[in-house]
Ligand binder design. Structure first.
Ligand code: FDA
Length: 438
């Protein structure tokens, strides 16, 4: 139940979630399904639900089985499953005949949106959390204030637990700044829509991961007169390892194995299995891009060009395009490419929680590498004086493994966090005498 603080009418919740992407959506759904849910509100800076909208390319498919949706691993009978969504759309039979585990990204987005729409009363869109501050008074800090920018002012809420699921932030090559001509792949569709009826002559796409390959294929198909130059330092695109044994690294039980392993083994595992997720491309897409380059070489009209073993040196926007300097790594030779647009598909970094936590940072424990220490229940380890639970969804690859920023484990992680919040709240509510007797 939402309570109002005695001093000043600020709404108070057991849980305030920051961000409402798939991670906190899975948590909201878990709260809806379990009885005895804590009071909760989720603050999302976008004005509507949206999951990587700039990369909702028509052909792009999911990199994870639809069975790893918001709920199924936690509750296979949930009415919020992808199958339930398909049933409601009257597409279940057609999907079965499609014989795939990997729906279109656009379809999965529609599923997420469908689930989010049913969480309406728990979410406040258009609320960007800009800071958190402790509520003083007493020896222990049991509540914090969460400040959110609503566009027309600042709202303040109180929370007994914070669940940060703020996702990823785009990474650009050193010295490169995004503008109308230099885009991060995150914004691809939004930026393309601003080109209108213009007929660009040349695109350059930097990067060798899934987003780079998707952007290259998309631009090549969409702009039938334009050259598309793919620039990457690898020799060739590398396929994503989605084989069955390697895929077990995303299992819920792999989180236990990883969490308990010594740091040296954690690093080893991340290295061994980075190619399940990082800088890799679906094999089908690699084959498709190769098919296109080969066809064009046969036809004598090469438009899709691979600049492998090459790095971007710099990019400077000009009035009518962008001037890009690249360097061939084998010879050190530099060349200049003039293009209409540069797309940097150069990845993401998790958002660092410290930027939001303000003076709470002083209570949070960090390891020798400066990374937050996080319990198995995803709660940041803090001084005892901080009674407020700070939980992380994402940004825990160093402690919980490679699935931390992915969808694979979202349903189970939501259940684990919820159960930790409930247990801690029950422990607090227990009278001191009975706690001592037990
Ligand atoms: P996500 O980034 O989705 O959501 C975070 C939310 O927090 C956003 O809505 C953001 O607006 C909001 N937010 C941030 N700061 C805020 C603030 N201060 N105040 C309020 N709101 C704030 N993984 C996978 O397992 N399978 C896949 O197929 C894919 N596919 C895929 C495609 C593309 C193009 C990308 C870029 C990534 C993927 N991923 C993926 C990985 C992806 O990170 C993952 O699927 C989820 O987005 C993780 O969900 P989260 O909710 O944790 O973050």
């Amino acid at each position: 139940m939402v309570q109002t603080s005695p001093d000043g009418g600020i709404d108070e919740f057991d849980v305030v979630g920051v961000g409402f992407g798939p991670s906190n959506l899975a948590l909201a759904v878990a709260m809806t399904e379990g009885g005895d849910a804590p009071s909760a509100v989720f603050l999302e800076r976008q004005n509507d639900f949206g999951w990587h909208r700039g990369m909702l390319l028509d052909d792009a498919t999911m990199q994870v089985s639809f069975l790893k949706d918001l709920v199924t691993l936690r509750n296979p009978t949930s009415r919020f499953s992808f199958l339930s969504y398909l049933h409601e759309q009257d597409r279940l039979v057609d999907f079965i005949n499609h014989k795939t585990l990997f729906p279109l990204r656009i379809e999965f987005h529609d599923y997420l949106e469908w689930a989010a729409a049913q969480m309406g009363d728990r979410v406040r869109y258009g609320h960007e959390v800009i800071g958190v501050r402790q509520v003083t008074g007493g020896d222990r800090i049991d509540r914090v204030e969460v400040l959110a920018d609503t566009g027309s002012g600042t709202t303040t809420l109180r929370a007994k637990n914070l669940i940060l699921a703020t996702g990823l932030q785009p990474l650009l090559p050193a010295g490169v700044v995004a503008d109308d001509r230099i885009w991060h792949s995150r914004d691809l569709l939004h930026r393309v829509s601003t080109l209108g009826t213009a007929r660009p002559r040349r695109f350059v796409v930097v990067g060798a991961g899934q987003s780079a390959a998707e952007a290259t294929a998309f631009l090549h198909e969409r702009y039938a007169d334009a050259e598309v130059w793919a620039v990457y330092s690898r020799f060739g695109y590398s396929p994503a390892d989605d084989s069955s044994f390697a895929n077990r690294i995303f299992d819920p039980s792999a989180v236990d194995d990883f969490y308990d392993a010594p740091d040296r083994v954690k690093d080893q595992l991340l290295n061994y299995h980075a190619n399940t997720n990082y800088s890799v491309v679906d094999s089908d897409l690699i084959a498709e891009l190769y098919r296109r380059t080969y066809r064009e070489s046969v036809l004598g009209r090469p438009r899709l060009k691979m600049m492998n073993v090459t790095r971007l040196v710099n990019a400077v926007s000009q009035a009518d395009g962008v001037r890009i300097t690249v360097e061939t790594l084998t010879t050190g030779e530099q060349a200049v490419l003039d293009a209409d647009v540069l797309v940097c598909a150069t990845g993401y970094d998790p958002v660092e929680p410290a930027t939001l936590l303000g003076d709470l940072n002083g209570y949070c424990h960090r390891d020798a590498n400066g990374r937050l220490e996080v319990g198995r229940d995803y709660r940041v380890s803090t001084d005892d004086t901080l009674g407020v639970g700070i939980y992380l969804q994402g940004g825990t690859e160093h402690s919980h493994g490679i699935s931390s920023s992915l969808l694979s484990n979202g349903a189970i992680r939501a259940a684990e966090i919820l159960s930790s919040v409930r247990d801690r709240s029950a422990a607090r509510a227990q009278p001191v005498s009975s706690a001592a007797a037990s």
